[in-house]
Design a protein around this ligand. Structure first.
Ligand SMILES: Cc1cc2nc3c(=O)[nH]c(=O)nc-3n(C[C@H](O)[C@H](O)[C@H](O)COP(=O)(O)OP(=O)(O)OC[C@H]3O[C@@H](n4cnc5c(N)ncnc54)[C@H](O)[C@@H]3O)c2cc1C
Length: 508
C-alpha cells in the first residue's frame, strides 16, 4: 500500500505528538503520524504488571549488548508518557551551558527553553505535591533527608488529582495522568492528523533527484485485541512525504536512520554519543511493613547533589516483577527477600553519563538494534557517591539492609553502616554484577553546530540532507541529569515552532 502526505511523523511520544499538534495548526497541511505500537486507550489498561509489559519495547527487555543495562522505552501510541510517573523537572543551567559551550547548540538558552516549558504547561497540567501526598516511601525519604540536613523539595508531576493507585508504569486507568493521549494527540487528531498505529517503520526513503528525504517504508502489524482499530490494513506500507520528522526516541531514531540504506551519509556521529541516564533503583528493607506500591509514587526529591555530583535522589515505586529484576541475588536468599516485599522502600539515584563517541547504537548481523555502552569512570564515581548517600540515609531511619548493586553481595546491612565507602565501591561496578535500568536514554542523533559531532542543527534539521527533521530525546548532546520529559516536550516545542515558521521553505 502507498500513501502520501505533506509531512510524515514517525513516533507519537512527546517529540512526535508535540510536532503533530503544532504543525496541525497550519491550514491545509496534511500530516500522517505513525507509531510502531498499538493505540491503547485508558479503558483497555489492566492493572497487571506482566500483561502491561506489552506497552514496552521488547516487553521491557531491551538491554545493552553486555547485558549490563536494561533500557525501558514505551512501544505504544503516546510513547513514554503512557507509562511514565510524570515527574516534571526543568533542565539545570549547567546542562544548557554545556550544550551551548561545548556542542555549539544555538537557540536553547534558559529564556528560549522557558518559553517552551510555558507553552507545554499551557497544553498539559502540572500538580505540585505536598506533605499530604506522602506515602510511607515518601515520608521516610523526607524524614531521612531532613534528619541529615539534606534539603528536599516537593515534586511536580504531570497529573491531575492523582489517586495514588500505584499503577503508573502500567498506564493510568483513571485518566489522572496527563499524557500525550489526553492532551496533544486529541488536539492533533481534531485538526485532521491521521494516525497509523502498529506501523513499524524500517527505513527513511530518499529521492536522489531532489536530494531530499522523501518518506518512510515499513510494515503494518496486526492490531492486538485490546487496542483501537487501525486506519489502514496490515501489510507493507510506503508513505511518501515532503518532510520526514523522526520522533521514534533515543535508540530507535538512530537505529531507523542507520537502517536507511538509500540515505546519503548523515555524519559520523549517527548512532554515537548515546547517553545512559540511569535511575539506579535502591531497595531498602525495613523492620516493619511499609507502603511502597500504593500511594503517590514520587512526591519529593533532593537536588542537593545536582551541582556537585550531578545526581538526584527520589522515592520511586516498583511492582514485584520489577523489584525481583532489580534486586541482586539467587535461589533461596532471593526468594526469602521477595517474601518481605511489603517491607521494602524504593528510592532512586538518577545520574547521567557524559557523552562519548564510543557509546553507540548499531545493527547486528541479523539487523537487530543493539547498544554498546561503557560507563565512564567519572559516571561510576558519581553513581557510587549517590548510592553511598542513599544507604546512609536509609540506615539513619532504621533500615536493616539496603540492596543497591555495586557491593560484594549486592547489598549492605546495618552492620556495614560505618564502612559504606569500603563496601560500596567502584571495584564492584562491573557488567552483569547487578542490574542497571535506564528509562531516560538520550542522544544518538545529537544536535549541534559542528556536523562532525552532530547530525542535526539546533532546529532539528539534518545537516547533510533536506527534508529530514529529528524531534525527540535523541537530539540531546549531553544528558539532562534530571528526569527528561518536560525538557523533551519544551525542546521539541521550540523545534516545532521553528519548523512551523519555515514550513514553506522546508517543503520546497
Ligand atoms: C517506565 C518509564 C517511566 C518514566 N518516567 C518518567 C518521569 O516520571 N519523568 C520523566 O521526565 N521522564 C520519564 N520517563 C522518560 C520519558 O517518558 C521519555 O524520556 C520520553 O517519553 C521520551 O520521549 P521521546 O519522544 O523521545 O520518545 P518516546 O516517548 O520513546 O516515543 C517514541 C515513539 O516512537 C515509536 N517508535 C519507535 N520505533 C518506531 C518505529 N520503528 N516505527 C514507528 N514508531 C516507532 C515508539 O513506539 C514510541 O511511541 C519514563 C520512561 C519510562 C519508560
Amino acid at each position: 500500500m502507498r500513501l502520501s502526505a505533506d509531512v510524515v511523523i514517525v513516533g507519537s511520544g512527546p517529540g512526535g505528538a508535540v510536532m503533530a499538534k503544532e504543525l496541525s495548526e497550519i491550514a491545509g497541511l496534511s500530516i500522517i503520524l505513525v507509531d510502531a505500537g498499538p493505540y491503547v486507550l485508558e479503558r483497555y489498561y489492566q492493572q497487571l504488571e506482566l500483561k502491561m509489559t506489552e506497552l514496552f519495547w521488547e516487553r521491557g527487555n531491551r538491554v545493552t549488548d553486555d547485558l549490563s543495562t536494561q533500557i525501558l522505552q514505551a512501544r505504544c501510541v503516546g510513547g513514554g508518557t503512557v507509562v511514565y510517573t510524570g515527574t516534571a523537572h526543568k533542565v539545570p543551567d549547567f546542562v544548557l551551558n554545556d550544550w551551548a559551550g561545548r556542542w555549539r547548540v544555538e537557540g536553547f538558552t534558559r529564556g528560549d527553553l522557558d518559553a517552551g516549558y510555558e507553552r507545554v504547561a499551557s497544553n498539559m497540567f502540572i500538580t505540585e505535591h505536598t506533605e499530604e501526598d506522602w506515602n510511607d516511601n515518601n515520608r521516610l525519604f523526607v524524614e531521612a533527608c531532613t534528619g541529615n540536613n539534606i534539603g528536599v523539595e516537593n515534586l511536580k508531576r504531570f497529573v491531575d488529582k492523582c489517586i495514588g493507585c500505584g499503577f503508573c508504569y502500567q498506564g493510568c486507568k483513571y485518566r489522572r495522568k496527563v499524557t500525550m493521549l489526553n492532551t496533544y494527540l486529541p488536539k492533533a487528531f481534531a485538526n485532521g492528523v491521521q494516525l497509523i498505529s502498529n506501523f513499524h517503520v524500517n527505513e527513511v526513503l530518499y529521492d536522489p533527484k531532489t536530494k531530499r528525504a522523501s518518506g518512510v517504508k515499513g510494515v503494518v502489524k496486526p492490531t492486538p485485541p485490546l487496542a483501537e482499530r487501525n486506519s489502514v490494513p496490515e501489510g507493507s506500507l510506503e508513505i511518501n512525504a515532503r518532510l520526514v520528522v523522526m520522533a521514534a526516541g533515543a535508540i530507535n531514531t538512530p537505529s531507523i536512520l542507520l537502517r536507511s540504506k538509500s540515505l546519503p551519509d548523515l555524519g559520523a556521529a549517527l548512532g554515537r554519543f548515546v547517553l545512559m541516564q540511569n535511575a539506579h533503583n535502591v531497595h531498602i528493607l525495613m523492620p516493619y511493613k511499609v507502603s511502597m506500591i500504593r500511594g503517590i509514587p514520587k512526591a519529593a526529591s533532593t537536588k542537593e547533589f545536582l551541582d556537585s555530583h550531578r545526581f538526584v535522589i527520589a522515592p520511586a515505586q516498583n511492582h514485584p516483577i520489577a523489584t525481583a529484576n532489580d534486586v541482586t541475588g539467587f535461589g533461596l536468599n532471593w526468594k526469602h527477600l521477595m517474601r518481605y516485599f511489603h517491607n521494602l522502600l524504593q528510592w532512586q539515584v538518577i545520574c547521567g553519563d557524559d557523552p562519548h563517541f564510543t557509546n553507540y547504537v548499531y545493527l547486528d548481523s541479523t539487523g537487530k538494534t543493539n547498544v554498546r555502552y561503557l560507563y565512564s569512570p567519572d559516571y561510576i564515581e558519581r553513581q557510587i557517591a549517590g548510592l553511598r548517600t542513599c544507604a546512609r540515609l536509609a540506615f539513619s531511619i532504621g533500615a536493616e539492609r539496603v540492596f543497591l548493586g555495586p557491593t560484594k553481595n549486592g547489598y549492605v546491612t546495618n552492620r556495614n553502616m560505618n564502612a559504606l565507602d569500603h563496601h560500596i565501591h567502584r571495584k564492584y561496578f562491573s557488567p552483569g554484577r547487578f542490574s542497571l535500568t535506564t528509562a531516560h536514554p538520550q542522544g544518538g542523533c545529537r544536535m549541534g553546530g559542528n556536523p562532525k559531532h552532530s547530525i542535526v542543527n539546533s532546529n532539528g534539521r539534518a545537516h547533510r540532507i533536506n527534508g529530514l527533521i529529528v524531534s525527540d530525546a535523541s537530539i540531546f548532546p549531553s544528558p539532562t541529569h534530571v528526569n527528561p520529559v518536560y525538557t523533551i516536550l519544551a525542546a521539541t516545542t521550540l523545534i516545532a515552532l521553528r519548523t512551523k515558521e519555515d514550513i514553506d521553505k522546508l517543503l520546497e
